[in-house]
Design a protein. Structure first.
Length: 173
């Protein structure tokens, strides 16, 4: 498949980058509530306080369900934005100036930090950007400093950049 054929297909289930993770409830508050409610359920069950145990258990279930629903909703919004940018974003090329790893990844494919010099096909001036994206382990040799990659850029946010899905483990739908 050449890159011209790839330009028309949106990327598939690409997981959100660490910077895309956002939520309504701060993570530390949800974690604190979990660790307060869980012992409350256990201790109140042991001591025979059934009404307290049921109340804490219901709140714990609500907290967990809220986290699950929020994560699913967030994933859908991120996927929708990526697909829209891949279909209608400004195509261009990016020269990789620096790479590094965040230390995380999925299925042995690392999240990679990249500093880029982005040149868009619309004739706008070249600019520098920093992105973090999931890259296929097999594509790592193709994203070394000095290499050029295909990108698509959100016209409303020039720092929201998608790399060529051939470099990601998820390719296309």
């Amino acid at each position: 498949m050449n890159s011209d054929q790839n330009q028309e297909n949106p990327p598939s289930e690409d997981p959100p980058t660490p910077e895309e993770h956002r939520g309504g409830l701060p993570w530390w508050l949800g974690l604190a509530l979990f660790w307060v409610l869980l012992p409350t359920v256990i201790v109140s069950g042991i001591q025979g306080h059934v009404s307290l145990m049921l109340t804490a258990l219901i709140l714990l279930v609500i907290l967990i369900m809220g986290w699950i629903v929020g994560s699913i909703k967030e994933h859908g919004q991120n996927k929708k934005r990526r697909n829209a940018v891949w279909q209608k974003g400004i195509p261009g090329r990016a020269n990789i100036t620096k790479i590094g790893t965040t230390g995380g990844g999925i299925n042995n494919d690392p999240y990679v930090d990249m500093d880029l010099e982005v040149s868009l096909d619309d004739g706008s001036p070249t600019y520098e950007a920093h992105i973090t994206t999931l890259i296929s382990l097999l594509a790592i040799p193709r994203i070394q400093p000095g290499c050029e990659i295909a990108v698509r850029v959100d016209p409303d946010d020039r720092h929201y950049i998608l790399v060529d899905p051939e470099l990601t483990p998820y390719r296309y739908n």
